[in-house]
Design a protein around this ligand. Structure first.
Ligand SMILES: [Zn+2]
Length: 296
């Protein structure tokens, strides 16, 4: 019995064998190639399987997906943008293996709920804020999948007071304000000289004024989206991970202030917002949990 986990995008493929949990030491990663994406995935999976027969595969993929059809359409992979039948492709490559697919945010919520900071929480929001934003929700102890498999996509809830165009085609989405790529662009437009989210976070830590303002803006928008979601779903906990969340007070102080300012309903002040403990492995760990489903 060999179960594998695969995480797709937005910038890399990551894969690991899974027994109980994904172990960081076993994870192998490659950048997404310009073409031949599925061949690269297969090569990576065979590499981590090390000749063993693959019996189960859990796939976490950047959205959107069509869960019932087993089709993914991540914007970041040009050749898959209009839809790639990944479950059928995986079943053909590994005959007899059970293949499970979920959007990366749902996998993240699964991981936080089972092995992360949301272990004790029946009603929780899990999100990562890196270049992009992904999220997943747990309600009544169950991770919510939604009609098509894309529930919890908090990056595209609208944030009042912002009107930035979003890659999805709408305007004022959380990701267009608080996603790392958006925050970098905002800072660059104001004269900041860096190029990446890591650089932006490092600059904010040493009190670069523009970088700190970009993080502050992102923190406020995140706080607004989190408290709105908590009002809707009566949440106990929000778990925030990703590169931007590593910025420390520059992000967390405005985030907490926005939550506190808007948590006016009687049930909202109990909402806790905490950092993730899963690092970059949340999505992949969730894919591992999917792969282990039949044996749990
Ligand atoms: Zn959007």
């Amino acid at each position: 019995m060999t179960a594998l986990a695969l995480e797709i995008g937005p910038t890399r493929f990551a894969a690991s064998r899974v027994a109980q949990d994904v172990e960081a030491d076993d994870v192998r990663q490659v950048p997404i190639p310009a073409d031949g994406a599925w061949d690269r995935c297969l090569a990576l999976l065979k590499e981590v399987a090390e000749g063993r027969e693959i019996t189960a595969l859990g796939i976490a993929c950047a959205g959107p997906i069509d869960m019932a059809a087993g089709v993914v359409a991540p914007a970041e992979i040009a050749e898959w943008r209009t839809g790639f039948a990944i479950v059928a492709a995986a079943e053909a490559a590994f005959p007899g293996a059970s293949v499970y697919l979920a959007v990366d945010g749902v996998c993240l919520a699964l991981a936080e709920r089972n092995i992360g900071a949301a272990k004790e929480a029946m009603d929780a929001l899990a999100l990562t804020v890196s270049d992009r934003i992904r999220g997943g929700i747990t309600v009544g102890g169950f991770v919510v999948v939604g009609r098509t498999g894309n529930a919890g996509n908090i990056g595209h809830v609208l944030v009042p007071g912002y009107d930035e165009p979003c890659a999805c085609g709408s305007r004022g989405c959380l990701e267009a304000v608080a996603g790392g790529a958006a925050a970098v662009r905002w800072a660059q437009d104001r004269g900041w000289g860096g190029a990446s989210v890591d650089e932006l976070v490092a600059a904010a830590r040493v009190k670069d004024e523009i970088a700190a303002a970009a993080l502050g803006r992102a923190g406020t928008a995140l706080g607004l989206a989190i408290v709105s979601t908590a009002a809707l779903l009566d949440l106990d906990l929000a778990v925030v991970g990703g590169t931007m969340a590593a910025a420390g007070p520059a992000l967390w102080e405005p985030l907490s202030a926005a939550v506190a300012a808007h948590a006016q309903l009687s049930y909202l002040p109990g909402l806790r917002v905490v950092p993730s403990t899963l690092g970059e492995l949340g999505g992949l760990a969730g894919a591992g949990l999917l792969a282990l489903t039949p044996r749990r």
